[in-house]
Design a protein around this ligand. Structure first.
Ligand code: ASP
Length: 719
């Protein structure tokens, strides 16, 4: 028995076998935890070259782009490279029927032509610091999770205040390892970021949804922005007098290409992973959440797509919404498949058994004995609540008009005395700006149809139909099969989906206006759903979660103590991380092997003018057929397009620089393979690949396709 246990244990937890290439590491700890391993895997530079607070280092050229992507600095004049899908909403914002940049691309011939993007920011990490001690001292004395959260928030605030005093920086404290550790991140945030260039969607989104989350890939998923600063090179609000930002570090671009098995690293801001979930959580994800969410998103996409295909103007309003909905719609499908393929539940169960065996065998760990059964108990309790949560959060709450209406909750409570107060004026200004962006991209017939679908699905699927007040008043008087009529009437009777009425209401706020808002049927329905959700779902969920959070925290702590042969990394949380691996293909199925790279030939093979996902422009076809690839070609004359590698990445790593052993840019990360979309929950080196746009294709598109050689001149190209 003992012998078998030993074999399983060494097989499963041999650090080289199982954990190779897994991990998103904190740059601050690179020297201590990873440098040696990275160097033995091929890295030629030091941890200090990657992250330093004493001198300029690679970290100074890596930026959090917007709130959910990464970008890298590639010129001394603040030029930033990110994905086309990261700049998509900005490109859409500038697009009209006359100037359709989504369709035709955009290239600023001079700096004066670069386009501003209100609301877009780009942030650099100045430094990070382990503040665990200051945050967690004495916390163990608290048994109430809310009290703990309050103290953590208070202490974080004090640390942040001290860290940014007398500077123009912003900062935040983020939990790591499920709240067992805390780190301070001091950031410099730039707010004047202009669009410089973007290829047409037929390049930047080549293969669209069909190819998304899959390999082999031929997508030129990049766009270019420029950061502007005040005269002092510090962040400034937009002004035409701002000047291009002079960065602390510029990423050299490698033009000599890459080979199979080359060392690679990805430096960026991965968004969210949940690697330490128990088998019970993963089981619920596979059996409950993902199927509900996929179904609901599928319904929305079907409606949007029908309208978008029929009218380019509607397409330009909904392109960005559609892309982000469809991105995770497909991802969750792949995630479920991948988790099943990898046997993730069983593997997590064996891990949990092993953990329990070790805990059982050692007196000092005996306090961890109840952890897994307790966690299981909470997941059992969640089983009824989880589908209800998903039905609201991916269903009723995403109806566009309902979301918009929610933002009017505060103004509905303004009293006659408060109507002309400064606070109300501020509130009105804010709502005016929300309304402006809402109506800019709103098409009511889409929303009505989606609302009908989602409400219908909700009432079919919910298990809470026995609750009192279950049927809201807008349905009263309508038979169940007449839901569409009820929704139509609801929208017709509301003023909230009419831009002119909303403007009138906000421009001249009156007591009777507020009364009208409160009587509005959509406003009332949204209130009804909010209350129903809170009472029947959220409160119960919070009760369970209050127990689950400390249990999960203890489980992560315990794993780190008990499974000593594994090096643990904190889950992604939009903070700067390094992942490393190598360039390699993979074998998804028996007799199927994928190569590690793709070429221009593949674009011509996929080109299909009948299928909009794969239709390239005549000019692109001509350039590819003429094989004028200049210095960007492989030795065999082919144009390199994308490559696959085994770096552990997630959403947020979109746009991240992919670097070679010398720290030179070889590509831009943009996706993962179909089998590997499950890596946010369970990483398996045999299944997971990140997908990278080869920087030589980016350069070729800029230079030869867009004839924007002036941008190449700004860059630092190296061999
Ligand atoms: N393409 C992905 C995304 O959009 C990036 C990833 O998750 O690997 O989120």
């Amino acid at each position: 028995m003992k012998f078998i246990y030993l074999i399983i244990s060494t097989f499963l937890f041999n650090p080289v076998y199982l954990f190779a290439d897994e991990g998103m590491w904190l740059p601050l700890l690179l020297k201590q935890l990873n440098e040696k391993k990275m160097q033995s895997a091929g890295l030629k530079i030091s941890a200090e070259d990657i992250y330093s607070v004493n001198r300029s280092s690679l970290k100074d050229a890596v930026a959090l782009f917007g709130r959910g992507c990464t970008g890298e600095i590639i010129s001394n004049e603040g030029l930033l490279l990110t994905n086309h899908h990261c700049g998509f909403s900005q490109i859409q914002d500038h697009s009209t029927l006359e100037n359709d940049y989504l369709k035709n691309g955009f290239w600023a011939k001079t700096k004066e032509n670069e386009m501003t993007n209100p609301g877009l920011s780009v942030s650099f990490l100045i430094r990070m610091e382990d503040v665990t001690e200051a945050i967690t001292q004495d916390l163990y004395k608290l048994t109430d999770e809310n009290a703990r959260e309050n103290i953590v928030a208070q202490r974080s605030l004090e640390i942040v205040k001290k860290a940014i005093a007398g500077t123009h920086y912003e900062a935040s404290v983020k939990p790591m390892y499920n709240g067992n550790e805390y780190y301070l991140f001091v950031m410099e945030v730039f707010k004047d970021v202009r669009l410089v260039g973007a290829p047409p969607s037929s390049i930047g989104k080549f293969g669209k949804d069909e190819d998304n989350w899959s390999w082999p890939r031929h997508t030129g998923d990049f766009s270019l922005f420029r950061i502007y600063a005040g005269k002092d090179n510090k962040p400034a609000e937009y002004s035409k007098d701002n000047i291009p930002f002079t960065p602390r570090y510029v990423m050299p671009i490698c033009t000599t290409g890459v080979n199979e098995n080359d060392f690679t690293m990805v430096y960026g801001f991965p968004g969210r992973t949940n690697e330490y979930l128990t088998s019970y959580a993963v089981e619920q994800l596979i059996t409950i959440s993902n199927p509900i969410k996929v179904d609901l998103r599928g319904k929305r996409l079907e409606v949007m797509n029908r309208f978008m295909e029929a009218d380019r103007e509607i397409f330009l309003k909904y392109a960005d919404k559609y892309s982000s909905i469809s991105n995770y719609h497909k991802k969750w499908k792949g995630e479920t498949k991948g988790l099943l393929k990898a046997n993730a539940i069983d593997k997590k169960r064996s891990f949990e058994r092993l953990f329990e065996n070790r805990v059982n065998a050692d007196e000092q760990y005996i306090r961890y004995l109840d952890l897994i059964p307790e966690i299981k108990k909470q997941y059992d309790a969640l089983e009824i609540i989880q589908p209800e949560l998903d039905l609201f959060n991916e269903g009723l709450f995403v109806i566009e008009l309902f979301k918009f209406t929610n933002s009017f909750a505060t103004i509905a409570n303004v009293t006659s005395e408060e109507i002309s107060s400064d606070k109300t004026k501020e509130l009105i200004k804010n709502l005016q700006s929300i309304s402006k962006s809402f109506f800019k991209d709103y098409y009511a017939p889409i929303d009505r149809e989606i609302a009908t679908d989602l409400i219908n699905t909700y009432y079919k699927k919910t298990n809470l139909s026995a609750s009192p007040d279950f049927i809201p008043s807008f349905r009263k008087g309508f038979a169940a099969e007449d839901l569409k009529l009820a929704v139509d009437q609801l929208f017709e009777q509301s003023f909230l989906d009419e831009e002119s009425e909303v403007s009138k209401f906000l421009n001249d706020l009156t007591v009777s206006g507020i009364a009208r808002l409160k009587n509005d049927p959509v406003f009332q329905l949204v209130n009804f759903y909010n209350n129903f959700y809170k009472e029947n779902i959220l409160n119960k969920y919070n009760e369970i979660n209050k127990k689950l959070i400390p249990l999960n925290r203890s489980f992560v702590k315990a794993q780190r103590e008990v499974i000593t042969e594994k090096q643990f990394y904190p889950d992604a949380n939009s903070t700067l991380r390094i992942a490393y691996g190598k360039i390699e293909g993979y074998t998804p199925n028996d007799a199927v092997t994928y190569e590690w790279n793709t070429t221009g030939e593949g674009i011509l093979q996929k080109n299909n003018t009948e299928h909009s996902d794969y239709a390239i422009e005549p000019r692109m076809k001509m350039l590819l057929e003429n094989k004028d690839f200049g210095n960007y070609a492989e030795k065999n004359g082919a144009l390199p397009i994308c490559f696959a590698a085994s770096n552990h990445t997630t959403g947020g790593n979109s746009g991240s620089p992919v670097l070679n052993a010398k720290g030179h840019l070889i590509g831009t990360n943009f996706d993962r393979n179909w089998e590997g979309t499950m890596s946010d929950i369970y990483y398996d080196i045999n299944q997971v690949r990140n997908i990278v746009l080869d920087v030589r294709y980016t350069l070729w598109v800029i230079d030869k396709y867009a004839e924007a050689g002036h941008l190449i001149k700004e860059m630092q190209l190296v061999k």
